[in-house]
Ligand binder design. Sequence first.
Ligand SMILES: [Zn+2]
Length: 332
Amino acid sequence: MNKIIILLLIASLALAGCFLKEDKPKKPDSETNSVQQQEIDKLKNEIEALRGNKDSGSNKAPASVKEEVKEEAAPEAPASVKEEVKEEAVLSDLGDFKIIYGETQNPKYAGLNELIKNSSVFENIASFLNLLLKLRQDFPITFKECGFVNAYYTLEGKEIVLCDELLEDFSYNFAYFINTEDELDKAVTDATFFILFHELGHGLIDIYDLTYSGREEDVADQLSTVVLASLGEDGARAAITGANMFYITSSQIDAETYPFWDEHSLNQQRYYNILCWVYGSNPEKYGDFVGVYGLPEERAARCQREYEKMSEFWDVAIYPYLQEEIKKEMNK
Ligand SMILES: [Zn+2]
């Protein structure tokens, strides 16, 4: 198990029960903000020292600090210092993941958003991400009525949108297979977790300008599975619920008109991919995924390596953007 995964596990303990328990007190924003502010101040002081600029009395780092530092350092600073300044400026944490509830026309979606809000489940995930990652600007995660069934990340808004209609669609699809209200709620929440982290994959690729190979949609599925599998059994269950959702909805698409040209893998392939990766994250624990009715042996044989490689990719890719405290823990 690699170091980031261990840290994610530790972080998940801090959020223990975030998936199901609704009364878990959230870490106060002021506390998080003060740690972040200290970090900003520290980095800013280091930047100021490198620039030889002693007259800055402000405690608040301006959003344009990165551009400013790059421009001013370029003319007179030696190349090595310039690189250092750029590096420090990139590492400033100037934003937060924020859960937003958009206005809805439809009262049933307003009620749904109210339920989600009262559970604090997604606010806990945002707090977890804020403890983990630095952002150059706020990163909204918005629940809203869209007028269509979808979830997406926008390059323009740097925002994840989770449509109320998608959650309703999950509920509709899972209701065929699940009998109790509690189980249905859990399945809808779990599938939403998978989609949220999938969209986060698109978001991180964009905001950190990450280089990847293959189809971005697969890479986003990989991030979602890596994060969820690292959060223990609750997370693994959420990933598998996401996989099941792809399997269930695959039967709704006519094989004759299947969009083979699409940027996404086929739903059935996404199902087997996720199954393979969760199994690969801990073959001993998830050994019963393999068999006639689950993951074929032919695929299972290489799932552990597949998982390790994609997990390593994400470790390396996001390392520069981890909070300093997390880096220190990793380097101990
Ligand atoms: Zn996607």
